[in-house]
Design a protein around this ligand. Structure first.
Ligand code: C2E
Ligand code: MG
Ligand code: MG
Length: 627
């Protein structure tokens, strides 16, 4: 049994001094008053042993380290055993020498009381208790038998009985002490387990948020001020997809494998934590920025290796944002903010790693402000839908209008959709915004002649929203616009991000006679496989092929090739960004069937779009090409 639950040697100093004084008093009273030389010599020896024992016991009691107690323990036990033997002999001699009756009683009571006290005190060590009792009882019984008087024979009988009773008592106390020790140990193990669970992630075994904060504070305290600590914030790209496609067990395995890889490629003194469902944090002391960069690259290449999940190879992919304490930030909370900003930057730029730079903070603050303003603008309906006509390049007539959203900020003026649409996509506001645009545009288009089509732009997030197709059909029904008059413009990014949802969305709406146009063709991968796999009625060639510095024989050849393909596939080819009459004519001769651009008209308000239609009617068509 462990000493810390009960330690028989740990007697309070006052108790020790009192016990020793009592010992001195008794042995010297007996020795001096009896006049026995033997008892006198024994008392002298016992006094020395008592003094030694008092010193070692006091040293033991006052020492608070368990190792020094361990070392002192034999120096307490040996004099105690010697003293027990001496006390036993003292009582035995008192009997054998037939000293004065009262003194004899005193010596015997002293010996038996001492033995009893020692057995109780040694309850944590039953063997020691037996030794002490034996050292006193054996000489006492032997002397009683030697004397042979009736009273001493009774004593010879009683002492073993006392010894056995005390032994039983000691065993009982020892048993209780053992169960107390066991319960305490079990409680300790449970509380240690709770403590571990409170600070660790149950799945990966890495630290959790609380554990991370505690460990990083410890790291700082240990290393002192002025330390460079790199903080890496990881985001796992495809956890949600894997959870959805292969089940949560596969997602869990992915997380555990990522945690294992992180542990394997980071130094032992690193603090590693799972911070959110698919986010991890790593804090590690570094010597310099270059050191941190090397570490980030190493960890990134390690984590981005494909892994096997259920017999399939998976590219989990991670983005890492990094910042350095002592360079980018002065406090832990600021460091975490900086690493998080760097992570967001990495995700936005589709890069694997990104180190924090001070201007990122400013940009984020501006974005946050714009996000707030856009939310307010949406709530207050401060946005407006404008319409840009698409012209049939043969007849010169308007055949459709593209709805383009406009935002005039009360302080900052007009903000380009190229700025706020990506922001709305990231924040999810695009769903509200897109629904609003579709509803407004459909309401305006319902008043146009039946052959005029309406084109609206749809972002990937809108397509993924549950019930997106039904929502659009509902908006058309409310506005009274037949679905066949709607063209939805999508860009390739829709298919890059999520083919399954895109396929369902397009199938549902194609069945309802809604048309689709592939927008900004030529800017992304321009993969022909999308044209093969999905039904598009139009391809809109990006304006960078029509106007601007890159326009030339190359772009002309590409336009001709795309137009030729469109003709064969029965698709309309729209040239975007026509700014001059020459461009309009050459695009027409290149095979483009429709044109859109400032040459014909900028995006205008709904009443102005109506006016354009009326004007066209008045001039019996052709007006716009002739301008
Ligand atoms: P987009 O769908 O390619 O729209 C055509 C863009 O080209 C419009 O820019 C239009 O003003 C511009 N443009 C038209 N003709 C010319 C020209 O002759 N020269 C030049 N330089 N530009 C011309 P805008 O309105 O700034 O919109 C930019 C993009 O924002 C759009 O590109 C579209 O992707 C997105 N967008 C606009 N409104 C919406 C919307 O309601 N929903 C969604 N999801 N996206 C929208
Ligand atoms: Mg468009
Ligand atoms: Mg476009």
């Amino acid at each position: 049994m462990e000493r810390r639950y009960y330690d028989g040697h740990d007697v309070p100093p006052t108790g020790l001094v009192l016990a020793c004084s009592a010992n001195f008093l008794i042995i010297w009273s007996c020795a001096l008053l009896s006049g026995s030389r033997l008892l006198f010599a024994l008392a002298l020896f016992m006094s020395l042993v008592l003094a030694g024992r008092l010193i070692t016991s006091l040293l033991y009691t006052t020492s608070n380290s368990s190792t020094s107690r361990e070392r002192l323990s034999p120096f307490v036990m040996v004099p105690e055993a010697v003293l027990s033997a001496c006390i036993g002999l003292f009582g035995a001699f008192a009997l054998v020498l037939q000293i004065d009756g009262e003194l004899q009683t005193l010596a015997l009571v002293y010996a038996l009381t001492y033995a009893t006290a020692m057995t109780v005190r040694c309850a944590d060590q039953p063997i020691c208790a037996r030794i002490h009792m034996g050292l006193v009882a054996v000489p006492t019984v032997a002397a009683s038998l030697y004397v042979g008087s009736p009273a001493s024979l009774v004593l010879a009988l009683v002492v073993p009985g006392l010894a056995m009773t005390m032994d039983t008592l000691t065993q009982t106390i020892y048993g209780h002490l053992c169960s107390i020790a066991r319960i305490s140990q079990e409680r300790k193990a449970v509380s240690e387990q709770y403590h571990f669970l409170a600070l660790h992630d149950g799945l990966t075994g890495l630290l959790n948020r609380d554990g991370f904060h505690i460990s990083i504070e410890d790291m700082l305290t240990l290393r002192g001020p002025g330390q460079r600590i790199a903080l890496l914030w990881f985001d796992l790209h495809h956890l949600r997809d894997i959870n959805e496609s292969q089940g949560y067990a596969a997602g869990d395995r992915l997380l555990c494998e990522m945690a294992r890889r992180m542990r394997a490629c980071t130094p032992d003194d690193a603090v590693l934590a799972r911070f959110g469902s698919d986010e991890f944090l790593l804090a590690v002391p570094v010597a310099s920025r270059r050191h941190a960069e090397r570490l980030v690259n190493k960890v990134s290449s390690h984590l981005n290796r494909p892994l096997r999940l259920d017999y399939a190879m998976v590219e989990a992919g991670t983005a890492i944002g990094a910042a350095i304490l002592g360079e980018d930030s002065a406090t832990i909370s600021h460091l975490m903010q900086s690493a998080n900003i760097a992570l967001m930057q990495a995700k936005e730029q589709n890069s694997r790693t990104c180190f924090y730079a001070p201007e990122m903070g400013q940009q984020r603050a501006e974005r946050k402000e714009m996000e707030r303003d856009l939310r307010a603008a949406l709530a207050r309906e401060e946005l407006e839908v404008h319409f840009q006509p698409l012209i049939d390049l043969d007849s010169g007539k308007i055949c459709s209008f593209e709805a383009l959203v406009r935002w005039t900020h009360p302080q900052k003026g007009e903000i380009s959709p190229e700025v706020f649409i990506p922001l709305a996509e990231e924040t999810g506001q695009i769903i509200t915004l897109g629904n609003w645009v579709t509803a407004q545009a459909a309401r305006a288009a319902a008043t146009w002649p039946d052959h005029i089509m309406l084109a609206v732009n749809l972002s990937p997030t809108q397509m993924r929203a549950p019930g997106a197709a039904l929502g659009i059909l509902h908006a058309l029904r409310v506005a009274g616009l037949p679905p066949r008059r709607l063209v939805i413009e999508v860009t390739e990014s829709v298919f890059l991000e999520d083919c399954v949802h895109a396929r369902h969305f397009m199938d549902d709406l194609t069945r309802a006679q809604v048309h689709f146009a592939l927008d900004d063709f030529g800017t992304g991968y321009s993969s022909l496989s999308y044209l093969h796999r999905y039904h598009f009625d139009k391809i809109k060639i990006d304006r960078s092929f029509v106007c601007g510095p890159q326009v030339g024989p190359h772009s002309d050849a590409i336009i001709r090739a795309v137009a030729g393909m469109g003709r064969k596939l029965g698709m309309e080819i729209v040239a975007e960004g026509i700014e001059t009459a020459e461009q309009a004519h050459s695009l027409r001769s290149a095979g483009c069937t429709l044109g859109q651009g400032f040459y014909f008209s900028r995006a205008v308000t709904a009443p102005e779009a109506q006016k354009l239609l009326d004007q066209e009617e008045g001039k019996q068509g052709k007006l716009l090409l002739a301008q």
